[in-house]
Design a protein around this ligand. Structure first.
Ligand code: DX5
Ligand code: ZN
Length: 227
């Protein structure tokens, strides 16, 4: 049986984006397992960030890093080919604007990337139930997507718990307001992939924060493994 693994993926959204590569390298050197890149189109969310040309430049500088793009976009199918060309490892998209989720999943796989299904706070987890078998990971948003630095929504934890109870081996990611003060809720609910933005970026000691997040998750994984 595949063993669940804790992965910490800092979000660089609130870093100094004029130094994207330097900031990304610093996070990897601090113990990050992957980088969570927030792509926004100004339509699905009321904000804009960067797209595949920037991701491709970053990939050239970081040939070995695991890159996840969190696609907060209205038409996720549109960006699959260019993100695959940028050698993105995992393409995580929101199911809310999609008419044909299986088609998007299939296209992502055909392009050689892992599939992440993301849901906003108001989206019930049962709405994606039929698609989970096609996914490598489910992202439960713990803030409204669009901006870093928002308050963690603890009331999203039942979704994480439901997923963990029903899919013991699924990679479950949380994103939004996650840091030392909120990680225990996520870990206890069963999340194993942790996105954290401002809590890491603005920390005096990012390696220490990453270590703390990892210890909290590993404690729960080990507890559950020994049951
Ligand atoms: C929000 C983004 C998050 C965000 C996380 O729309 O998807 O990845 O950058 O940042 P914090 O941890 O500051 O909430
Ligand atoms: Zn994100």
């Amino acid at each position: 049986m595949p063993k669940l693994c804790c992965k910490i993926g800092p979000s660089i959204l609130n870093a100094d984006l004029s130094q994207l590569y330097i900031e990304s390298q610093r996070l990897i050197d601090s113990g990050a397992d992957y980088l969570h890149l927030d792509v926004m189109d100004g339509i699905f969310v009321p904000n804009l960030t960067f797209g595949h040309p920037v991701v491709k430049c970053l990939r050239n500088k970081l040939p070995n890093a695991m890159l996840e793009t969190h696609m907060m976009v209205q038409n996720p199918i549109q960006w699959i080919a260019p993100m695959a060309d940028a050698q993105v490892n995992q393409y995580t998209f929101h199911t809310e604007p999609c008419d044909d989720v299986p088609l998007v999943c299939r296209k992502i796989k055909e392009a050689g990337m892992k599939v992440g299904l993301a849901i906003k706070p108001n989206t019930s987890v049962t709405l994606i139930e039929d698609f989970i078998d096609m996914a490598d990971m489910v992202l439960v948003m713990t803030v409204e997507p669009g901006f870093g630095g928002q308050k963690f929504m603890k009331d999203m934890m039942p979704k994480v718990k439901w997923l963990r109870n029903n899919y013991p081996n699924l990679d479950i990611e949380v994103d939004g307001g996650v840091g030392p003060n909120t990680i225990d809720y996520c870990a206890k609910a069963g999340a194993n992939m942790i996105v954290s933005g401002t809590a890491i970026i603005q920390a005096e000691n990012p390696p220490q924060v990453i270590k703390l997040l990892r210890e909290s998750v590993n404690k729960e994984i080990n507890l559950n493994a020994s049951v």
